[in-house]
Ligand binder design. Sequence first.
Ligand code: G
Ligand code: G
Ligand code: MN
Ligand code: NA
Length: 255
Amino acid sequence: RELTRDLQSAVGTGQFELFYQPIISLWRSELSGFEALIRWRHPQRGLVSPVQFIPLAEESRLILPLGEWILRRACGQAVEWKFEQRGLSMSVNVSALQFEQRDFVQSVQMALERSGLPGHCLTLELTESMVLRDIGLAGRHIRQLKESGVRFALDDFGAGYSSLSVLQSLPLDHLKMDRSFLQACRRPDSKRPRLVLETLVSMAQRLGLTVIAEGVETAEQGELLRHFGCDSAQGYFFGRPQPADEASSWMFTAA
Ligand code: G
Ligand code: G
Ligand code: MN
Ligand code: NA
């Protein structure tokens, strides 16, 4: 509760910062974009994880102004880093409450307009649980924003309960495979986990979705994914979430 109070004053006092984690195209072995991940530099507690404060920000509805700030900041950064010329995309996590707002589509369009970022350079990450809360509304918001070129990723796919019905009905672009799938492949008898992974990749691709594997921590995992025809990957092996200045120099040395 104390944290909720601090959160209130933190919105608008520059205590939030976006970190950026690279997303790599596996078949070309090159950068395809970044995922923006929020960090809170608490004056007393130091870095507070979004796992701790995003739920509080949702309860207190502070996620609404915070979510708008995240979108504007991420779009602005993508313009600064010349994403359009480089053919890169910025991925932004959207919260359930934010996505349900009647003016969600307008607020995204506004962020694009103000920053000058073309819609096709923005990817919004949604989770299954949030789109399942109102699949009709989700479909409308996605379709409207797709007219502006915005892409959509289903985040944490396969974590916890999973419903394939979302894949039947929503016009998504990417499927982000939860890192638990890769972790399962490290077990000594990993025949079945590997089959699951391979089958997921092929199912997604037949549905016209690009697969992004999360949590790649070793070169072997990267090779395995390439072998299975997985499109893209993200994880500590390729790069950690890092502050803007580090991400920016990373981009130049990696290019
Ligand atoms: O960066 P990582 O540890 O620590 O993120 C943890 C969780 O917080 C992830 O589930 C991620 O989706 C979520 N998260 C990170 N940044 C944001 C953000 O900008 N907005 C929302 N809604 N969630 C975020
Ligand atoms: O839920 P979402 O996928 O948005 O959250 C991304 C989370 O995954 C962040 O907390 C980020 O720090 C974390 N992450 C990114 N790469 C790796 C990785 O290679 N291994 C592990 N364990 N976590 C990772
Ligand atoms: Mn994400
Ligand atoms: Na994820």
